[in-house]
Design a protein around this ligand. Structure first.
Ligand code: C2E
Ligand code: MG
Ligand code: MG
Length: 723
């Protein structure tokens, strides 16, 4: 019996299959009990059928007869043993009713007795039966019972082992063939096993990673806090799952969905960690494609209404934090339906694609254009300084479509109507702004199409007015509508005229004389100031020379210079040729630039202004005190004069602050060695105070308003006339 046990255990250790082991078990029993047949039957999981696992000496016909018997009271010794879970020793099969269901086989095989004993799983469930069947009738002797006990327990061990192996085999097949990457580490985090998909996904062969830490996959995209949370979760719950970016051997970074489980040993200490992951980059890619599809117009590839609204909302949120102006342009193509009707939809589609392309190329890089309907586009203009800029961009869009489109041999003309709504003036949420831009677009249609219109009528009018002004100004030079007036600058002590400031006037064909405040900004924006400024300079120099020639006192001439005129072309070229052509002495010319434009100046501006020194021309800072001056900058420039701004003189002498500022400006100017001129002196008491603090010259209504050349000539002549 000991040998029996040793043999079976050795077979198991040698890794024999359970079928082989049970067969040799049966054969050994048969040698110990002569004329007996040994068999092992297995009960299926549902406890419904018994079938042969081993019965090496049974004839095949008998095996197929007994296979499939149910555990029930008339199904022989094994049927009863499997039903009741206890040994059943039937000593006279022919006479025993428990064999009634198997009578035919019992007779054919002339079975005399049959002793069956069940064996159990670890959980004490019936696994199957071991039986000894004999032609002889009779009860088992104590020796037989011992054999039955040992054989059934060996069969149980074999089967349980078998089941475990089978289970492991299943698991290892799953591990091997899973499409998910799998990785197992020991408690210290060293990799001890990976599967095939792991290598496929990461690019690392198994041998390259065994013993290494999974950190080799780290992409660097997650911060330390991320991994701390992961470990905390593994510690607390034994699990973690989520999305993570890892790095392949090739260096590529990819997203994966990762689940990690902690495997504890019997003492409850972490023993292994198992990670299962799948590469979700293609999922992400299709997600991205889906997102694109959902947010873009398939025909033109432009953002659709959804994305436009999202961007607009985002822009609105941003500008509530950092106030800027936004404009929304609603563009509708005029009579687009006609194109579709006469050329067909395919050509209509082509036209839309081309229109989208042209519009995009005429916008600024940060502007968003979207197609939100058949022939409707919306443009979001961010970071606008003023409404006029939206008008300029709208005009750009109109101009962009002016040239005909050549599509499949046809020449097609199309014009847009554009509505403009402004934030914050015309609404502060996306829906309202879109609605108002749409309404404005209808107004543009009503007004005759092929144009733009603002939602606010007043704004529309203002912009129209400005445009009209611009058109007229463009012609004003050739039509000789500009004129210069001269205002005296007088010596503070004696009141005699020492200079004249030339001031521009526009004789508007309908509105009469217009002051520079109204039109200089337009001249500056359009760049017309260069030509007009040069005209003013030339006219004033010629005027001065003429007065010189008629023997009038030789006074200084002050001419205003716009920041736009500080360019090599204007200063090096125009100024020089004007001076030499007029023959006016440069040392009697003073150019006035406002404090504001001086302080905004560039290094190149500095250099140009310094070039004035060589020409002998002097420089005055106009409207001084209105902006923020830096002394550094003043020192860098060849400044000869500071003109105190009118508003700082207005309430003198009653206003203490103004007094203090004027005192400071005079002190500052004198310490820099420059002349101080006070502007806007209208009353004697102003003059008295300013004189008392050391102002050098005055300019203001008290001494003379700006007047036309003829009137100024008389003023000058009076000064020479003997009193
Ligand atoms: P500005 O250079 O500071 O010129 C002085 C302005 O103050 C003139 O206004 C003048 O009429 C006004 N003014 C002078 N004395 C008094 C006074 O006692 N009381 C009041 N209330 N006003 C006084 P104007 O002629 O309307 O010119 C306005 C501005 O337009 C000028 O300010 C100058 O910056 C600009 N400007 C005028 N002509 C030219 C030009 O030819 N080129 C350029 N770039 N700018 C010009
Ligand atoms: Mg001036
Ligand atoms: Mg001024």
């Amino acid at each position: 019996m000991l040998e029996l046990q040793r043999n079976i255990l050795e077979s198991m250790a040698a890794g024999q299959s359970s079928g082989q082991i049970l067969d040799s078990l049966c054969r050994m029993i048969e040698t110990m009990v002569p004329e007996a047949l040994a068999s092992v039957m297995l009960l299926d999981r549902e406890n419904r059928e018994l079938s042969f696992l081993s019965g090496p000496s049974f004839p095949p016909g008998a095996i197929s007869y007994f296979n499939g018997i149910a555990p029930s009271p008339d199904m022989g010794s094994c049927g009863n043993a499997a039903l009741l879970g206890e040994p059943i020793y039937i000593t006279d099969v022919a006479a025993d009713p428990r064999w009634n269901g198997l009578r035919e086989a019992a007779n054919n095989l002339s079975i005399g007795s049959c002793w069956s004993i069940p064996f159990f799983s670890e959980k004490q469930e019936i696994l199957g039966t071991f039986a000894i069947t004999s032609k002889n009738r009779g009860a088992p002797t104590p020796f037989h019972r011992r054999i039955l006990d040992i054989a059934s327990s060996l069969a149980g061990i074999t089967l349980r082992n078998h089941q475990r192996e089978e289970c492991l085999l299943q698991l290892s097949t799953v591990f091997r063939d899973a499409s998910e990457g799998m990785l197992i580490t020991n408690a210290q985090g060293a990799i001890i096993e990976v599967n095939h998909s792991f290598s496929e996904i990461t690019g690392y062969a198994k041998e390259e990673v065994l013993g290494k830490n999974p950190k080799i996959l780290n992409s660097g995209r997650q911060d330390q806090a991320f991994f701390l949370r992961m470990w905390q979760s593994l510690k607390d719950t034994g699990r973690w799952q989520g999305e993570i970016w890892n790095r392949r051997k090739s260096g590529d970074i990819y997203p994966e969905w990762l689940s990690i489980s902690r495997i504890d040993n019997r003492e409850g200490k972490p023993h292994n960690y198992a990670a299962v992951f799948s590469d979700i980059s293609s999922l992400k890619e299709s997600e991205r494609k889906l997102y694109h599809l959902a947010h873009h117009d398939p025909l033109t590839g432009l953002p659709n209404r959804l994305l436009m609204t999202a961007r607009l909302e985002h822009a609105l949120k941003q500008s509530s934090r950092n106030p800027t102006h936004l404009a929304l342009m609603f563009i509708d193509l005029d009579r687009f339906k006609n194109v579709n009707d006469s050329y067909g939809h395919a050509l209509g589609d082509q036209l839309l694609v081309n229109v989208a392309r042209r519009l995009s190329s005429h916008l600024r890089s940060g502007d968003t254009i979207a197609r939100i309907g058949g022939d409707e586009f919306v443009v979001l203009l961010e970071q606008l300084e003023q409404a006029d800029q939206a008008a300029v961009l709208a005009q750009n869009c109109i101009d962009a479509l002016a040239k005909p489109f050549a599509i499949t041999g046809h020449e097609i003309f199309i014009t847009p109507s554009i509505g403009i709504a402004l934030f914050p003036e015309d609404g502060d949420d996306a829906e309202t702004l879109l609605k108002h831009a749409d309404i404005a677009m209808y107004r543009a249609k009503e007004d005759g199409r092929h144009r733009y219109s603002f939602f606010t009528k007043k704004l529309s009018d203002k912009v129209k007015e400005r445009l009209k002004c611009e058109t007229l100004l463009r012609r004003a030079l050739e039509r000789d509508e500009f004129e210069l007036h001269y205002q005296p600058q007088v010596n503070a002590q004696r009141g005699e005229i020492v200079g004249a400031e030339a001031l521009l006037r526009w004789n508007h064909p309908e509105q009469g004389q217009i002051l520079p405040g109204k039109f200089i900004p337009v001249l500056e924006e359009t760049g017309l100031i260069r030509a007009v400024g040069a005209w003013a300079l030339k006219t004033a120099c010629n005027q001065m020379r003429e007065w010189d020639e008629s023997g009038l006192p030789r006074i200084r001439l002050a001419v205003n210079l716009s920041a736009k005129q500080i360019s090599p072309e204007c200063i090096n070229h125009r100024l020089q040729s004007i001076l030499s052509e007029s023959g006016f002495a440069p040392d009697r010319l003073e150019l006035e630039i406002t404090e504001h434009s001086v302080m905004q100046g560039t290094a190149m501006g500095n250099q140009l202004l310094n070039g004035l020194r060589e020409l002998g021309v002097s420089l005055a800072i106009d409207d001084f005190g209105s902006g923020h001056s830096s002394l550094m900058r003043l020192k860098q420039l060849p400044v000869h004069c500071l003109k105190i701004e009118r508003s700082l003189v207005r309430d003198i002498p009653s206003d203490q602050d103004e007094q203090a500022i004027c005192r400071a400006v005079v002190a500052l100017g004198h310490s820099l060695g420059v002349r101080i001129v006070a502007e806007g002196v209208e009353r004697e008491e102003q003059a008295d105070f300013l004189r008392s603090i050391g102002c050098d010259e005055f300019q203001g209504y008290l001494y003379g308003r700006p007047v036309a050349a003829g009137a100024f000539r008389q003023l000058l002549a009076l000064q020479t006339a003997p009193r």
